[in-house]
Design a protein around this ligand. Structure first.
Ligand code: EPZ
Length: 440
């Protein structure tokens, strides 16, 4: 049954919210668990649609997966893999499953993984992944919509990435764990999720150094050196940033718990420029508040430690009601402004000029029927709905459910008036496009 959110906006969010484990870290740890011919446990796993898809991918390869949603942990036993092929039906549902390429190649020395293809937010090429794996000695070809990679052995080398791609850094790092000798990834992505993956790999016996900087060194180890572990993943900085956006946009005051404040420094710096208040309460909590109108600011999305592209859309909703003119430049994706049309329907004044969005702050937004076109565009609509006067109905919820665990419970806990309702069979408008493939 398709669903919608009904949100009555205009309430100041207050209280506290507990942030879940990081989707974009957990999914990669799950793929990396394939390196181990034994079992391991990952803790702090959020219950999200994407995690369920990754469970299916791992099972399709022969891994035994036990997902305990109550305890928020996953046990993956990859001791007996039965396949090295990840099929299109699964990979096309979720791009992160492409990370099994590096793990299967490292472990089995062969892998056949469906090409994820482009997606609604951009072309999302995989050329750096392929170049990196070839540099390690793999023969890689693309045939029938699949990447087919084989190697007699992988040998460490220097892999320079033309740009610090998160996915390419992860695939090469995972594949290099069982390579002979040392691999250096130069111009590596520095996102916290990369450091988390390296910490997980080290916890199972790998030798990875420098993750979180632009140069990562992986000293190859032998399969017998890898061993079981129980590992707790990092908090989701993008989920945290989304709640921060919602709190300040509604002129509220809330404590954001279970975060690493240093992962959010680009965001908190912008918050100060906007006139919001941020107090670090302890190593894992901050308080954010905003009692008055926010100032307009300019934002340029950049690889970490720059302002994250994944928070560009929710912050556009905040700036839609800030005082003055803001310019948002999206430098990571070609098409990540898909929320603009819907925000405009809610009364926002945003003009897109190529990769820039010019946001002229308005006094307030008004509720409307809107549709989420991708995960973070959906987050942008949530924030806008919480600000808006009147009722907003959001459809396309499967996008939002991919990245925000228990979003209704968490927002209600902050005092929002939000309900998740089933869409009646007779409501044709709300059901249009529900079968579109989603892939971010
Ligand atoms: C990860 O995607 C995240 N996804 C994205 O989160 C996030 O937006 C992105 O990193 C940037 O931070 C997951 O972790 C599952 P990239 P990824 O490789 O790895 C180009 C969300 O909302 N590129 O750093 O795919 C590419 O086209 C999402 O949670 C190449 O040209 O990102 C893109 O424009 C969406 N060739 C840019 O680099 C390549 O071989 C950044 O991509 C690889 C990438």
């Amino acid at each position: 049954m398709d669903q919608r959110f009904i949100i009555n906006g205009g309430r100041r969010l207050k209280g506290e919210v507990h942030i879940s484990g990081a989707k974009n870290a957990v999914l990669k740890l799950m793929a990396a668990a394939l390196l181990l011919d034994d079992a391991c446990e990952i803790h702090n796993v959020p219950e999200l649609a994407d995690v369920y898809i990754m469970v299916e991918v791992l099972k399709s390869l022969g891994a035994k997966v036990d997902y305990d949603t109550k305890e928020k942990k996953i046990r993956i036993d990859a001791s007996e893999l039965t396949s090295h092929e990840a099929c299109y039906e699964l990979v096309s549902k979720m791009r992160a499953s492409f990370t099994v390429l590096g793990a299967l190649l490292g472990r089995c020395k062969e892998a056949k993984v469906a090409l994820p293809g482009g997606c609604s937010i951009g072309e999302r090429r995989i050329d750096f992944h392929i170049k990196g794996l070839e540099a390690l000695g793999a023969q890689v070809k693309i045939e029938g919509g699949y990447v087919i990679a084989k190697a007699k052995k992988l040998v460490g080398t220097t892999v320079y990435l033309d740009r610090p791609s998160v996915g390419a850094t992860e695939n090469v790092m995972i594949a290099a764990v069982l390579a002979e000798g040392s691999t250096i990834i130069s111009n590596a992505a520095q996102e916290p999720e990369i450091a988390d993956l390296a910490n997980f790999l080290n916890a199972i016996g790998a030798d990875v150094n420098g993750a979180g900087t632009s140069e990562i060194v992986i000293n190859g180890v032998k399969q017998k050196d890898l061993h079981p572990t129980a590992y707790t993943t990092i908090p989701d900085r993008i989920e945290a940033g989304t709640y921060i956006a919602a709190v300040i946009a509604t002129k509220g005051k809330a404590v954001i718990r279970n975060i690493f404040p240093s992962h959010l420094s680009a965001v908190t710096s912008k918050l100060s420029d906007m006139g919001a208040h941020i107090t670090i309460l302890d190593p894992f909590s901050i308080e954010v508040s905003c009692g008055k109108s926010l100032n307009a600011v300019n934002i340029v999305t950049q690889p970490h430690p720059g302002f994250p592209t994944d928070l560009q859309s929710p912050f556009m909703s905040v700036l839609a009601v800030a005082e003055g003119l803001s310019v948002i430049t999206e430098s990571i994706y070609e098409n990540r402004f898909r929320q603009i049309g819907e925000l405009t329907r809610m009364g926002a004044n945003v003009q897109q000029e190529a990769s820039r969005a010019i946001v002229k702050g308005v006094k307030s937004l008004t509720g409307a029927q809107v549709r989420a076109s991708d995960l973070r565009a959906g987050a942008s609509l949530l924030v806008a709905a919480l600000i808006a006067q009147g009722t907003t109905e959001i459809t396309g919820l499967y996008h939002i459910d991919r990245g925000y665990e228990k979003v209704v419970e968490k927002l209600s806990g902050l005092g929002a008036d939000i309900q998740r309702l089933n869409i009646p069979e007779s409501d044709i408008n709300a059901k249009i496009n529900v079968d579109e493939i989603y892939l971010t």
